[in-house]
Design a protein. Structure first.
Length: 133
């Protein structure tokens, strides 16, 4: 893993959250994107080399909606940039980590992604991200 790529934050209302984070960070989001496969709309802020990803559910059945129902708004996951997501997934699986998807899938911000179950990663939902080349 190379670096923290982004921190994902689950929000109920993306427009209101964008206002809050614009005021907090002193910058505007640089991108908003719908990720149909995950039933979310995302909004990205960039601070130095790290990004903040706000995630709003577009369906009551989405993982974000369920997270908010259970835990409320807040940090949902930490994402790490990787060079070779397939190799990272294989290595983590061999070490006993539980992956939430067996193959990488398309995520927001031109990335291939895979999630590691929080029960096998110290209680933190972990995302692997590889730039789609």
């Amino acid at each position: 893993m190379e670096k923290i790529e982004h921190i994902g934050i689950a929000v109920k209302n993306l427009v209101e959250a964008e206002k809050t984070y614009t005021a907090l960070l002193g910058i505007s989001p640089y991108k908003r994107e719908a990720v149909e496969s995950e039933h979310v709309t995302t909004s990205f802020f960039k601070i130095g080399e790290t990004k903040i990803e706000l995630l709003e559910s577009t369906s009551p059945e989405s993982a974000i909606a369920k997270f908010i129902d259970k835990k409320g708004e807040g940090i949902h996951h930490i994402a790490y940039a990787v060079n070779d997501i397939i190799s990272e997934m294989k290595s983590l699986k061999e070490q006993g980590f539980t992956l939430l998807n067996e193959t990488p899938k398309k995520g927001a911000d031109n990335k291939l992604i895979c999630f590691v179950h929080p029960k096998s990663a110290g209680g933190v939902l972990t995302e692997l991200c590889q730039e789609i080349r």
